[in-house]
Design a binder for this molecule. Structure first.
Ligand code: NAD
Length: 348
């Protein structure tokens, strides 16, 4: 299994393998870049079909965290951990204590957190043997979803101002795909701002709640792409901007919380070609991680909220750069992130 010649290898600073046969731990931690600070990224537990698959995932996710932290203006770098195992069958206290010791062995160069398959309770177990954890009940910032939703609201404001020249969301029509944790809070913020909402979900109760509380118009899941309006806000799944959906989109703006919205990078090019403004997912959905970065005994809610609100200005800069260089916004975002994490390095 090559590492340095791996297609997802991107100059990662460290790739470390952890193994404890007694509790069944097989894990990989990848630290992509620490120029801006310690590498923060969640710990994922997944029944990977092979070690190669786990390596591919951890390299890709660690790199993504470097870009996300840089554009969120955090004093943090990017890293990620994966545990190879089935979260429904293979979890134990001993496993997470061993994982915590593995994290601790990196001396703070990597800070772990929850992710797919790893709960806040699991992170709390790791926290018993390492202080290099974030986003747990004991460290205090709580559910990240309201902060993520607030960041998405700021991103929608930036996109509406850039694309439509409107500085208010009053009367702006937004179609929200998925009204779960983030989508629900986003509905609340948008309704307060006077936006007109259309919502969908595969969970009928979630739709009912949004329809009742925010006077949102419910539609069937497949109908959401073709809704007439100004903004399509994907807040459910990844890869929703693909060959099939792109032709059905009526909104001139795509701005929502879902991770990995573009099925492939070429869909970012296609959105640009069609005149659709795309708010890159990893920029607009950073509110939760920004809030977590403020946690601790001196947590200042006002400072955290102000920091999340900066997503607005970062996106305006990205949109302006993309227009000037005639490149997709996703590409402009990557270039700005690279400037931010390599400049620090140059200055050091
Ligand atoms: P969630 O599971 O609480 O909500 C997702 C909602 O989407 C659920 O109500 C689900 O029923 C619905 N859904 C699933 N498939 C659907 C479909 N085909 N059509 C319509 N609705 C569908 O998750 P969440 O925490 O609200 O996160 C939403 C998205 O935002 C995810 O992609 C997540 O990775 C991303 N994100 C979340 C946060 C956060 O703070 N929670 C931070 C960054 C990114």
């Amino acid at each position: 299994m090559p590492i340095f010649a791996h297609p997802e290898f991107d100059g990662h600073q460290e790739v470390v393998f952890g193994h404890d046969p007694q509790c069944g731990l097989s894990a990989i931690i990848a630290i992509h870049n620490t120029n801006r600070g310690p590498a923060l990224g969640g710990c994922r537990m997944w029944p990977y079909a092979s070690e190669a698959e786990a390596l591919t995932d951890v390299l890709r996710l660690a790199r993504g965290m470097t870009y996300k932290s840089a554009l969120a203006d955090l004093p943090l770098g990017g890293g990620k951990a994966v545990i190879i195992g089935d979260p429904h069958e293979d979890k134990s206290e001993a496993l997470f204590l061993a994982m915590g010791r593995f994290v601790d062995g990196l001396g703070g160069r990597y800070i772990t957190a929850e992710d797919v398959g790893v709960s806040v309770e699991d992170v709390d177990v790791m926290a018993r043997v390492t202080k290099h954890v974030a986003g747990t009940d004991s460290t205090g910032a709580g559910d990240p979803s309201p902060s993520t939703a607030y960041g998405v609201l700021m991103g929608i404001r930036a996109a509406v101002a850039h694309k439509l020249g409107r500085n208010s969301l009053d009367g702006v029509r937004v179609a929200i795909q998925g009204v779960g944790h983030v989508g629900y809070h986003l509905c609340r913020y948008l309704a307060e701002a006077g936006a007109e909402l259309t919502v969908t979900d595969i969970d009928h109760e979630a739709i009912e709640r949004a329809a009742t509380e925010f006077h949102a118009r419910p539609v069937a899941p497949e109908a959401i792409y073709g809704v007439d309006g100004e903004v399509f806000a994907p807040c459910a799944l990844g890869a929703v901007i693909n060959d099939d959906t792109i032709a059905r989109l009526k909104a001139p703006i795509v701005a929502g919380s879902a991770n990995n919205q573009l099925a492939e990078p070429r869909h970012g090019v296609e959105l640009m070609r069609r005149g659709v403004l795309y708010a890159p997912d990893y920029v607009i959905n950073a509110g939760g991680v920004i809030n977590i970065s403020h946690e601790g005994p001196a947590y200042d809610k006002r400072a955290a909220v102000d920091h999340v609100a900066k997503i607005h200005d970062t996106l305006r800069e990205i949109f302006g750069r993309a227009d000037a260089a005639h490149v997709p916004t996703s590409e402009a975002a990557d270039r700005l992130a690279e400037e931010r994490f390599t400049k620090v390095h140059a200055a050091a």
